[in-house]
Design a protein around this ligand. Structure first.
Ligand code: 13P
Ligand code: SF4
Length: 300
């Protein structure tokens, strides 16, 4: 039996479902029951009726699935798969920010720890940030953590000032407008899509800034022969699979999230065999974080 067959067999025995983020290695995306962006995965986690969720992604995503589904067992194939940006702010730092900005609403990007979410009024993902932030009235003061780039992107789109934390994603921060200029000279008819986690100059040089799910929808819905994507390279697999007649290129081969790549087939198989690593969130934190996540999911 090969490893993919063994995973299928164990999945049935354990009554498990496998959810994978768009940045996971291609072979993990291929054995997953559902592949998506953070928002799609959070929604999916509220719909599954399996007893076990194997979450192939990074810890904050698996925590979100657990918070939304407390009665299910949530496993992550590698417990060290974290998100450096999520770790750029602590709950204590959010409390200090709120204390120095009394009355301000606190918004966190879903790329944050459960403890940080528990301190915030509402969450956003890159797929719904503009829609969620548009629900605030113009006179409200808003703290946005931890991503200065997504915060800056929404601030420009909605013409609003936010109190921004200076966190960033090291993978997207390394992309540059020079890379876009070079990609455009190599692929003159291509559209350039970048993730809102990219710096301002990169977002401004691109044709659109979209979540990974937004990039998949764009490729599906637009008659474009070539697309250059400024985000983690794992997305290319899904784009190419769903659009075999179109060509996709990455803005930088170096745009690799090593935490996402910790989700290997071997570790998915081990997770199911050994029922590890179980993701847990303390009840008091989970109930407060759930309010912020559910407030986000209620925005249609
Ligand atoms: P998406 O929600 O767009 O998939 O982004 C998640 C992420 O971690 C981007 O770096
Ligand atoms: Fe975090 Fe960046 Fe990896 Fe996304 S790509 S999980 S933001 S480190």
């Amino acid at each position: 039996m090969n490893i993919a067959e063994e995973i299928k067999k164990l999945k049935k025995e354990r009554k498990a479902v496998i959810l994978a983020h768009n940045y996971c290695p291609a072979e993990v995306q291929d054995i997953a029951d559902f592949t998506g962006d953070s928002l799609e995965l959070a929604r999916k986690a509220t719909e599954v009726d399996a007893e076990v969720i194997v979450f192939c992604g990074v810890l904050f995503m698996a925590e979100t699935a657990k918070i939304l589904n407390p009665s299910r067992k949530v496993l992550i194939p590698d417990i060290s798969a974290g998100c450096p940006m999520a770790d750029m702010i602590s709950a204590e730092e959010v409390r200090a920010l709120k204390a120095s900005n009394p009355g301000a609403k606190a918004v966190c990007y879903v790329n944050s720890t459960a403890e940080v979410k528990a301190e915030c009024d509402i969450c956003v993902t890159s797929g719904n940030a503009e829609k969620v932030m548009a629900t605030f009235s113009p006179d409200e003061r808003i703290i946005f953590v931890p991503d200065r780039n997504l915060g800056g992107h929404v601030s420009a789109a909605l013409a609003r000032e936010y109190i921004l934390w200076q966190g960033f994603c090291p993978v997207h921060e390394a992309l540059s407008p020079e890379m876009i200029a070079q990609a455009r000279s190599q692929h003159p008819s291509a559209k350039v899509l970048v993730h809102p986690e990219c710096p301002k100059a990169v977002r401004e040089a691109a044709d659109a800034a979209l979540s990974t799910g937004g990039m998949c929808a764009y490729a599906r819905e637009n008659d474009v022969p070539e697309v250059v994507v400024g985000t983690e390279t794992g997305i290319l697999h899904r784009l190419q699979k769903e659009n075999p007649r179109k060509k996709f290129f990455c803005l930088s081969e170096g745009a690799v999230c090593h935490d996402m790549k910790k989700n290997t087939l071997e570790k998915v198989c081990e997770a199911l065999r050994e029922m590890r690593y179980e993701v847990t969130v303390p009840e008091d934190i989970a109930s407060k974080a759930a309010r912020a996540i559910e407030a986000m999911l209620a925005v249609k």
